[in-house]
Design a protein around this ligand. Structure first.
Ligand code: A2H
Length: 253
């Protein structure tokens, strides 16, 4: 993408017991799916976590004993950014496919939902971020389109072993108002452009161009504690709140 390195916020989504079968040996340890986001201020609106069913992930041990689940590529990058005991050394505990933890229950920071689930997104790129994406369908057109695909298509849920209760109760949450797009900007723009599915690549690119810059410069927070403040003024402080609670970390690539 751009020239220099990009700063992401790593959002730590805690795996809840009982762990999926393949991860049972790790029960008792703190295991986090780690999602890379550019929008820490939207974490109030998380409804689920996206993973790619066929992608290879690794569970690796961090310096503090926590286990992070992400792509091997991201784990290697983290090992050069002070996350691991030894610089440049990745301690792989096990290798996993996305399907091994599809439908897993998670606890994520700031969202109003007590539990959210890992769900399949087929457009996740292996070579960006951590391969784990947090889903904010109110403000991210990709997330809204993918969540709607799962809601509309029972066979799609069934194919990946997703139960109705992991998807159907989760609706986009109004967290940011963008003048001209209202308080669910991703929903508005997906409707306006008549986006049919997560595979509507060109239209989704157009949707993102329409809302992102405007959201950054003109978006106003709606959530308790930040009501009326501009997105660009709270982004850093919301990131800091999560980092200080050990619910997030800064990651560059
Ligand atoms: B963002 P950039 Cl609310 N594959 O987080 C596909 N998409 C990925 C990814 C991967 N491997 N890793 C991260 N992403 C998504 C929140 C969000 C994001 C909102 C609005 C816009 C937005 C909630 N999803 O991204 O190409 C993640 O989604 C705008 C592009 O590095 C991450 O931030 O610029 C963003 O893409 C990083 O994309």
């Amino acid at each position: 993408e751009g020239v220099g390195p990009q700063e992401y916020t790593i959002i730590k989504m805690k795996l809840m017991a009982p762990y999926p079968a393949k991860l049972k040996p790790l029960e008792g340890k703190s295991v986090y799916l780690v999602a890379a986001t550019l929008r820490p201020e939207t974490m109030f609106g998380q409804t689920n976590c996206w993973i790619h069913p066929d992608l290879t992930y690794v569970a690796t041990e961090m310096a503090n004993g926590e286990i992070f689940v992400c792509t091997r590529r991201a784990a290697r990058n983290m090992s050069y950014q002070g996350f691991t005991k030894n610089d440049g050394k990745v301690d792989v505990v096990m290798e996993l496919k996305g399907m091994d933890f599809m439908g897993a229950a998670l606890h994520a920071p700031l969202t109003s939902f007590k539990v959210i689930y890992t769900l399949p997104m087929l457009t996740i790129k292996e070579d960006k971020g951590t391969g784990v994406v947090t889903s904010v369908p109110s403000d991210a057109p990709d997330d809204y389109a993918a969540l709607r695909d799962l809601k509309k298509k029972q066979p799609f849920r069934e194919k990946y072993g997703i139960k109705d209760e992991m998807v159907l109760p989760f609706e986009p949450v109004p967290i940011i108002d963008i003048p001209g797009f209202g308080n669910l900007s991703a929903v508005t723009v997906c409707d306006e452009l008549k986006i049919q599915s997560q595979n509507d690549k060109d239209k989704l690119t157009e949707a993102k161009e329409k809302v992102y810059l405007k959201g950054f410069y003109e978006g106003v927070m709606l959530v308790e504690g930040f009501k009326g403040q501009k997105v660009q003024d709270v982004k850093k402080s919301i990131q800091k709140i999560m980092v200080e609670k050990n619910e997030a970390a800064i990651y560059m690539e």
